[in-house]
Design a protein around this ligand. Structure first.
Ligand SMILES: NC(=O)c1ccc[n+]([C@@H]2O[C@H](COP(=O)([O-])OP(=O)(O)OC[C@H]3O[C@@H](n4cnc5c(N)ncnc54)[C@H](O)[C@@H]3O)[C@@H](O)[C@H]2O)c1
Length: 276
């Protein structure tokens, strides 16, 4: 039995993957409306994922193993409780305290945080040994990677169980020490910021800088196009956080600040390094 706390963008995808791996899944939400919206997201994502994997028509059978709830599920020993509530440290801490009380015998208690310190979140728990970061990527059913973030007090057994759970859903785990930006954001932002500095220095056009990585290094997408898709404001915020935590090598380029101030945020506003 898997418990997913919060059936938003990420929680819905996580639920779909464990359902498809044959597990019983309970998704907990805040109220009836949020529960209905979460169920719609799961049903929709499941349908698309089944189609993509050539398993059309199995929807009903798979959904039979799903339970939606407001408040904690009536089970004390799930294999995994993973929270995917919004990225607000105080909210996450209160959800984790509640989860520890509701599921005293859960094997693993995980957070899908994309930026918060696992050590800091673990500070509110009485049993930090079974707490770990499970950083899924969006959209979950399409992405191959789960970054496992190991806190200073996470037990080796928790790491092993978490790796097995990631493999169970057919994804590849990487193991990262709890540190700012984990592996993915730290390296992705470094590349993205340098690409923006190259535009600023007029080394080459945005298109050609992206081509250098796509054709020369076999990246599926160039760093500037990716920045447009993620949102320049989102990447600026991460760069500021990393420069604060890891030093000036992450200081965001002036060009990025200027574009954000002008509202050129990428795809969502129609203009970034490209016209959309
Ligand atoms: N969206 C992404 O691309 C992405 C990628 C990787 C990681 N993350 C991380 O995943 C987490 C969730 O992000 P998201 O984009 O899915 O958010 P979201 O806003 O889409 O979903 C959050 C869900 O949590 C529910 N919720 C709020 N409080 C709750 C509570 N107390 N109990 C149960 N449910 C509660 C909300 O109703 C909502 O459905 C965040 O930590 C985020 O940083 C997001």
């Amino acid at each position: 039995m898997i418990v997913v706390i919060g059936g938003g963008t990420m929680g819905a995808g996580i639920a779909v993957e464990f359902l498809l791996a044959g597990r019983e899944v309970t998704v907990t939400e805040t109220g009836p409306e949020a529960t209905e919206a979460a169920l719609a997201r799961i049903t929709d994502s499941l349908g698309r994922t089944l189609r993509r994997r050539g398993r059309e028509g199995e929807d009903e059978q798979v959904l039979a193993a799903l339970e939606m709830m407001v408040g904690p599920a009536p089970v004390s020993d799930p294999e995994l409780v993973v929270e995917a509530v919004p990225e607000d440290p105080e909210l996450k801490k209160s959800v984790l305290v509640g989860a520890e009380a509701a599921y005293p015998h859960a094997a693993v208690l995980a957070s899908n945080t994309s930026s918060l310190s696992i050590g800091e979140l673990a500070g509110v728990l009485t049993e930090p040994g079974r707490f770990i970061g499970m950083h899924f990527f969006n959209p979950v059913p399409v992405s191959q990677l789960v970054e496992i973030v190991v806190g200073a007090r996470t037990s080796p057994r928790t790491v092993e169980t978490t790796r097995s759970l990631v493999e169970l859903i057919g994804k590849t785990p990487i193991t990262v020490r709890d540190s700012p930006g984990f592996a993915s954001s730290r390296l992705g932002i470094a590349l993205g910021m340098e690409a923006i500095r190259m535009v600023e220095d007029e080394v080459a056009s945005a298109e050609d800088i992206d081509r250098a990585m796509v054709l020369g290094y076999k990246h599926p997408i160039g760093p500037l196009r990716l920045t447009d898709l993620v949102g320049l404001d989102v990447r600026l915020a991460i760069a500021e956080y990393l420069s604060d935590q890891l030093g000036p090598r992450f200081t965001p380029p002036e060009l990025l600040r200027r574009m954000v101030a002008e509202g050129r945020l990428g795809k969502k506003t129609g203009e970034g390094f490209y016209q959309w």
